[in-house]
Design a protein around this ligand. Structure first.
Ligand code: FEO
Ligand code: CA
Ligand code: CA
Ligand code: CA
Length: 668
């Protein structure tokens, strides 16, 4: 979503304003920014002592080719693993894919999936109750679970559960003529309930019909989880005094999940939805905010004004102290958000669980390292806000195929990344029993009562450890060929000076970083890293082949990231504002990179104003699911900035794309 607007105004952008005011180093004392940048942009051959920038990781056999191409060409050019003609940039209000491919919209906002299956009404007059039985707004992270994947993996490629996030809502589109507001306050409980019900997650059972087309099945497994669905809180923060609320005096339960951006899925067949820009849903009028609110950017007004309505279901979004005790008001309600929520899509009655051991921040997504029986599970998550951090979690118990479950995510160690200028890095433990953490707390003059309090204050704990401030960490992905972990850093207008891992000040275009755990030990504390890609125009970019980007692959603001089973990296963009309207990049897009060859080609361009996000495939790799989020962002009923996918005169709707080859073969 857009990040330039001020969300103090009702219905503005929900992106967080920077709230990291710690003095952590940008490593500018270790590296001359201008030099680093010139060397990065010069490409592989010029890197020399700074070989970790833009070139191969130490020891990798997948070196990006050097910039010097003057030598004789090899006799046999290896067959490309990207055998399609790149799509040109476009500002059309439609979808472009390469020749030989097709992309079909599926389950747009408002598709009936459960209950009485209420039909979508084009004037947006569906009720709040209807919305709770239809797909939500603004599709985001997504995963296809083969129908035989109850305990992990699964092979079915023509029947499964498509599970997807609905990140936020456009108040201008969700009601027939926008929201009703009087004196800066919401006045319609029905409208706000509809907005609450358009958030969360959809579970949709889908199957290919005899013609080969995907259809929604009327299924008892279909489910809407909303910003009001009852949930459990587990892990070290469960029952903490800072989680006590009027709804849950013992701090073990909560309602709803919201601003669910990217996602994850576990080796045991469950879905993980990640709470990103949740802070903007709350308001506190207290003059001084406790650290667990201030460090997350809580403000005196909220994005949608839900808290301005009377009644417990709305007052919970008001974190102002009103009672004598925390159990008498909702001062702690924001502490119930910023977590990762586990959902069992195969058990429609199951209660979603907030897993506090994974930390509290603006979670973009969660990606698992490959699991091995008898080894801990390891997963990575970025905190998508300017100058925030990248984290990793290592379970205490070992993975046991067919027997492990979500309890592995309740007991383990959370680490935060420090990227050193010499191309190495360290994972720093946010663990109250860890000597280094205790020492850092003493040095900073900060104390935590217990591990639950550390996790509720994850950002502060990471500040204390001296983690590296990053340029808005978005999705991560793990290369199945060699175990390298890739992360997008989408942009960071507030970076004043570059550092080694985030080399461009006022980074408008974003980049992709990657690392390899030392000795391939995902649970370890050391890694080596390099930059894979600097996004931007030809004059200010570096592709994975060591060359500037060109017309076939210009991109900016990388966000979604996914490795296909054959080790190709799919990159989705989330440009906004002027970059989208008038930059050289056209509409948001999806590209494919081959880390082995350094090739990068544009595969898809989306409609006007839309972000491309969410990606998953069937095991046979014949169907790719991709989400189109907020086409015509900022539209109102009287001013449609896009009419995708339904055509002229119709409100734009977020939707899933089903992408396949016209000849029905594997996608690549
Ligand atoms: Fe919701 Fe970080 O994108
Ligand atoms: Ca978005
Ligand atoms: Ca995103
Ligand atoms: Ca984004």
């Amino acid at each position: 979503m857009r990040q330039e607007d001020d969300h103090s105004v009702l219905f503005g952008s929900g992106d967080e304003l920077p709230s990291n005011h710690s003095s952590n180093s940008h490593f500018n004392e270790l590296i001359n920014t201008g030099l680093a940048r010139r060397q990065v942009l010069a490409g592989g051959a010029a890197l020399g002592a700074l070989a970790f920038l833009g070139a191969a990781l130490p020891g990798t056999s997948e070196a990006a080719p050097a910039a010097d191409t003057s030598q004789a060409q090899p006799l046999f050019r290896p067959r490309t693993r990207l055998p399609f003609t790149p799509v040109a940039i476009s500002r059309a209000d439609g979808i472009s894919v390469p020749a030989g491919y097709q992309a079909t919209p599926f389950i747009p906002w408002g598709t009936p999936i459960t209950g009485s299956y209420p039909a979508f009404l084009e004037d947006a007059s569906n009720s709040a109750a209807d919305q709770a039985q239809q797909t939500g707004m603004h599709h985001d992270g997504m995963h296809f679970f083969p129908i035989d994947a109850q305990r992990g993996r699964g092979r079915s490629s023509d029947h499964g559960l498509l599970v997807l996030n609905h990140e936020y809502i456009d108040a201008g589109l969700i009601h027939p003529s926008g929201p009703t507001v009087m004196d800066g306050k919401r006045v319609s409980a029905e409208e706000v309930r509809k907005e609450i019900n358009a958030h969360g997650v959809s579970v949709v059972e889908i199957r290919r019909n005899p013609l080969g087309d995907w259809e929604v099945l009327p299924s008892a497994r279909n489910r809407r989880i909303t910003a009001a669905t009852p949930m459990q809180i587990r892990g070290p923060a469960r029952g903490h005094a800072l989680l006590q609320t009027r709804y849950s005096p013992d701090g073990t339960a909560t309602r709803g999940t919201q601003n669910n951006c990217a996602n994850g899925f576990t080796p045991w067949g469950t879905y993980l939805t990640c709470e990103e820009n949740w802070a903007g849903y709350f308001a506190s009028r207290d003059s001084a905010l406790p650290r667990e609110l201030s460090r997350y950017g809580l403000r005196s007004s909220s994005r949608y004004g839900w808290e301005t309505l009377a009644g417990d279901e709305f007052e919970r979004f008001d974190a102002t102290r009103k009672a004598a005790h925390a159990a008498g008001d909702y001062r702690n309600e924001p502490n119930h958000f910023g977590w990762i929520v586990e959902i069992d899509p195969f058990a429609p009655e199951s209660v979603p669980v907030k897993r506090t051991a994974l930390g509290r921040f603006a979670h973009e997504g969660l990606v698992f390292a490959p699991v091995k029986p008898g080894r801990p599970v390891v997963c990575y998550s970025g905190d998508d806000s300017q100058n925030e951090y990248i984290y990793k979690y290592v379970s205490r118990a070992k993975y046991r195929p067919g027997r492990s479950n979500g309890s592995l995510l309740d007991d383990g160690t959370l680490y935060v990344a420090r990227f050193d200028a010499n191309g190495r890095g360290k994972w720093l433990a946010l663990d109250i029993h860890d000597k280094a953490f205790q020492k850092a707390c003493r040095a900073a003059g900060v104390s935590f009562a217990d591990q639950g309090e550390v996790l509720i204050n994850t950002r502060l704990a990471a500040d204390i450890l001296g983690a590296t401030k990053m340029d808005r960490p978005e999705w991560g992905a793990v290369n199945p060929d060699n175990g390298e972990v890739y992360f997008t850093l989408t942009n960071n207008s507030s970076r004043s000076e570059g550092d080694a891992a985030n080399p461009r000040p006022a980074n408008a275009y974003g980049h992709i970083i990657r690392w390899r755990e030392r000795s391939w030990n995902y649970a370890g504390r050391s890694f080596t890293w390099s930059l894979f890609l600097l996004a931007g125009p030809e004059s200010d970019s570096l592709g994975p082949n060591g060359q500037p980007l060109n017309a076939d692959n210009l991109l900016a603001s990388p966000d979604g990231l996914w490795f296909d089973p054959e080790g190709r990296l799919w990159i989705q963009t989330d440009m906004s504002g002027n970059q989208l309207r008038s930059g050289p990049f056209g509409n948001n897009q999806m590209l494919v990179a081959d880390p082995k060859s350094g090739e990068l080609k544009r595969f898809l361009v989306g409609p006007l104003g839309a972000e491309i996000t969410g990606i998953s495939a069937t095991p046979d790799f014949r169907t790719l699911f991709v989400n189109i989020q907020h086409p015509g962002e900022g539209s109102t009923a009287g001013n449609l900035l896009s009419t995708w996918p339904d055509g002229p005169g119709k409100r734009p709707r977020s939707a899933t794309l089903i992408i396949s080859r016209e000849d029905g073969r594997r996608l690549l």
